[in-house]
Design a protein around this ligand. Structure first.
Ligand code: PHE
Length: 344
């Protein structure tokens, strides 16, 4: 045998070995393949090495080195395959496939209602507002009495309000935070109060017994309805876009006088009329008004000296009209397929 014949046999073995090793589907098959390739009795490499002695003396060194390289490569491939098969046998699963594409890392998403709250808070933060919080289980006086609800107001009915005690309610709006804030901090006051509120409503496509609100309150000397309109219009343009049209409609709340509801032009149809705005071209965004003097007095302020304005908005409604969400209950489902769409 010549050196080139010897090397050709070696190359042929090196070329076919990897596929044979990978093809071994279990440890028994692996043992067979190992014996066939490098077994002491009749392995292909063992047989080849026996030929080494027949090579011309000056060629034996090179032949030996090349044979050893092939031997090491085959033994490494055998060992890797054996480990993979052993791991698969231990876990009962398929052998590790290092060529499989990596699973995409799930990064989580911010809930669309939280996104609205974050954006609203940020816009008012730029205007100098700070955050105020109040309890969700609230004294009825803060929720109703201090806010100038007459004693027989239907909102206080068991039908509409969830009572947790004789005089304790789950707050039906974030407006009690107005009173708590004014009791605690002297004007000038500029606060935003996001939080959960509760109403004894059925859970249907447009109602939920628990939802979030964002309250805003400004109290100082000389604050006017012009400040309310200017600030809320600015907010609407920042939130919905610079060309957004707003309109104020007279409304009624016991704790504001005068009261106004603010509508923005429907973002889905740009005012033309669609399902989201019920063909009106406008979407109601918030309730607002000048803080009623009785509320300022209830909080211990001189209503001759101070005036203020307040608003309350529902970020869920805003998220719904922004994204055209057909059923409010989707916001409560924690369905990853829905929430994933809001990943930033
Ligand atoms: N609290 C009112 C509501 O829940 C909203 C509101 C807040 C209106 C502040 C005027 C001023 O509907």
């Amino acid at each position: 045998m010549t050196l080139s014949e010897f090397l050709a046999s070696l190359d042929a073995l090196a070329a076919e070995a990897p596929a044979r090793i990978e093809a071994a589907a279990d440890l028994d098959a692996w043992t067979e393949v190992r014996n066939a390739l490098v077994g002491r009795q009749s392995g292909r490499l063992t047989d080849l090495l026996a030929n080494l002695i027949q090579l011309p003396k000056e060629d034996r060194r090179e032949g030996g080195i090349r044979a050893n390289t092939v031997k090491v490569a085959i033994e490494e491939a055998l060992e890797a395959r054996r480990l993979a098969l052993a791991a698969a046998a231990a876990t009962g699963g398929p052998a590790l496939d290092p060529t499989m594409p990596a699973r995409e890392r799930w990064r989580g998403a911010v809930h669309p209602v939280s996104l609205v709250i974050d954006e609203v808070v940020e816009i008012f933060r730029e205007l100098g507002f700070t955050i105020a919080l109040g309890p969700e289980a609230e004294h009825a006086w803060y929720n109703f009495g201090a806010l100038n609800f007459p004693p027989d107001h239907p909102a206080m009915d068991l039908h509409d309000t969830l009572y947790v005690g004789d005089e304790q309610v789950l707050r039906t709006h974030t407006s009690p935070v107005q009173v708590r804030t004014l009791q605690q901090y002297p004007p000038p006051v500029r606060v935003l109060a996001p939080g959960n509120v509760y109403r004894s409503d059925p859970f249907d496509p447009s109602h939920a017994p628990m939802f979030s609100q964002i309250e805003g309150l400004v109290v100082d000397e000389g604050v006017s309805f012009a400040d309310l309109k200017a600030t809320l219009s600015h907010f609407a343009r920042r939130f919905f876009g610079p060309t957004t049209k707003t309109r104020f409609r007279p409304s009624y709340f016991p704790f504001t006088e005068p009261s106004a509801e603010m509508d923005v032009q429907c973002g889905v149809c740009r005012g033309a009329g669609c399902g989201v705005c019920k063909q009106s071209g406008w979407v109601e965004i918030l309730g607002s008004g000048m803080v009623h003097p009785a509320v300022l007095e209830a909080a211990g302020l001189d209503s001759e000296k101070y005036t203020g304005w307040a608003f309350g908005m529902g970020p869920a409604r805003t998220a719904i009209s922004r994204h055209g969400i057909p059923d409010i209950r989707i916001l409560y489902d924690s369905d990853v397929r829905f929430l994933d769409q809001f990943a930033r």
